[in-house]
Structure formats: C-alpha cells, structure tokens
Ligand binder design. Structure first.
Ligand SMILES: NC(=O)N[C@H]1NC(=O)NC1=O
Length: 174
C-alpha cells in the first residue's frame, strides 16, 4: 500500500482498508477520511490520535470497551477480528495452559469490576507472562491512570496495524 493510493481512495475504500486500525471503531476511520490528502503515513496516524485525544473520557472508555478480553470469550468462540487473533497468537495467548487461561480470566474480570472497561495492552509488544504481570500491576492504579494507559496502548496497537497495512505488498498482475 502506498500513500498516493490511500489519498485517492473514496470513503468506502478507505474504511474498508483502515476500518479496524482501532479495534471495532470504523467510526474513527470514517471521521478522519475527510482529512485526506495525508502528507505522510505519520500524518495519517497523527490524525487518528488527534481524533482520539479530542474525545471526552466517555468516548475514550467506549474505545477501550470495543476491545476483546485477552484469551477471553471471543478467542474461545472463534469470533475475534483477524487483527486481534493475530496479535493474541503472537503473544502466545492462543496456546495458554488451562491454568494460565483461568488466571488471566480472573484478573480480567477483577480489572473490569474495578474500572468498568476492559484491560487493554498491545499484545504484540509483550508475551503471556509479561501480560499477566502487567495486569496484576495495573490493577493497583486508579481509573484516570488506567484510562490514560489503556488509550496509549490502543495507539501502539494502531501503529502496528498501520505498519502491517503499509508494508503489505499488493501482488501485481503478470
Ligand atoms: N484487551 C486487549 O488488550 N485486546 C487487544 N490487545 C491487542 O494487542 N489486540 C487486542 O485485541
């Protein structure tokens, strides 16, 4: 994918390609299409972050709530988005022992009970034991701190998803 191609996309094409750079939040992609043309990939990425940062806390919490639990119900039922499945797989969360999966489920539900939004972390930048340790440690934070950390993690996930899209080589016809 190259920037010229992106800048000539209509709304539907743009949302089709970038609609899940923030998990299950195509509305964000839809909103930033109007900023086209972008001067660089960094400019496109900055527009997404600017939109997220402009939201009130309730909107930021809504973004966190669109994320599936790590090693949770959606993974077990095969209903994760392809991006999330790939990330959870890379962190080793698709091959957890039953004991680790149960431990993670308990911590995830303690987290949700305390903060009323799910624990979000960029899974590709961690492995399963770091994720469990991070979850235990972040459970000690307050709600504002966790909202800030969760949104920073959403941006890391978005950055890697954008990289994947731009690095993907589109096969040329012979
Ligand atoms: N809960 C949570 O962090 N989910 C996400 N993290 C990640 O890297 N991909 C996700 O879907």
């Amino acid at each position: 994918m190259d920037l010229n191609a992106v800048n000539s996309m209509n709304y539907e094409e743009f949302v089709d390609i970038f609609g899940n750079v923030v998990e299950k939040c195509p509305l964000i992609t839809g909103a930033i299409w109007s900023k086209c043309p972008f001067s660089s990939v960094a400019d496109l990425e900055a527009s997404i972050y600017e939109f997220i940062d402009s939201l009130p806390s309730s909107g930021k919490e809504g973004i966190l709530r669109c994320h599936p639990d790590l090693a949770g119900r959606e993974l077990m039922s095969g209903t994760l988005t392809p991006e999330s499945l790939n990330e959870q797989n890379q962190a080793g969360l698709t091959s957890l022992s039953q004991t680790d999966r149960e431990a993670l489920n308990v911590l995830n539900s303690q987290y949700k009970t305390k903060f009323v939004f799910p624990f979000v972390i960029c899974a590709k930048m961690s492995d399963k034991s770091q994720i469990i340790e991070e979850l235990k440690s972040r459970l000690q934070n307050n709600r504002d701190e966790e909202l800030g950390i969760g949104i920073a993690e959403v941006k890391k996930i978005c950055h890697l998803r954008l990289q994947d899209i731009f690095l993907k080589v589109i096969p040329t016809k012979l």
